[in-house]
Design a protein. Structure first.
Length: 158
């Protein structure tokens, strides 16, 4: 099973399939790739993103995503609050929707993404940017742009 096949399962587990046009606001996978990249860049990489989540009251959930156990779910409201209105506003604008819709999409995506960027249960030395680069097609330890497109396509179909 590839890196992004695991992400698909993590992001869509327990979800009922739906018409892709109505899911995640009808976003295309390339837009979601940009959102994931912008989230990481504007948060200071994986460590900065985790710090934001911890400071926002999601320390236990974030730690579960990094650790090797079961990923705890997080509500869109709690995630939006932890990331803050500025970052959520930027993401919502990129998505062409509301902050609530953006928070819902991220609540589905982030647990699996962070889990896959921390496969040994700890932050990688490159702050997750190498793993993200591999997911976005920059080569590296696994995955490619086609895999990421497939994972994000799976998220859109939920």
């Amino acid at each position: 099973m590839g890196l992004l096949d695991s992400l698909i399962g993590a992001a869509t587990s327990g979800q009922q399939p739906a018409n892709a046009a109505g899911a995640a606001g009808g976003l295309d996978p390339q837009m979601l790739m940009g959102i994931v990249g912008a989230l990481m860049n504007n948060s200071g990489g994986l460590s900065g993103l985790l710090a934001k989540l911890q400071q926002g009251g999601l320390a236990d959930a974030a730690q579960s995503w990094v650790g090797t156990g079961v990923n705890q779910p997080v509500s869109p409201d709690a995630l939006g609050g932890a990331l803050g209105p500025d970052l959520m506003g930027m993401i919502a604008q990129q998505m062409g929707g509301s902050q609530q819709k953006a928070a819902g999409t991220l609540a589905d995506l982030l647990p699996g993404l962070i889990d896959q960027l921390t496969p040994q249960g700890q932050l990688p030395a490159d702050n997750g940017m190498g793993g993200l680069g591999a997911l976005l097609g920059g080569g590296g330890a696994g995955g490619n742009a086609g895999d990421l497109m497939g994972m994000l396509g799976g998220l859109l179909k939920k």
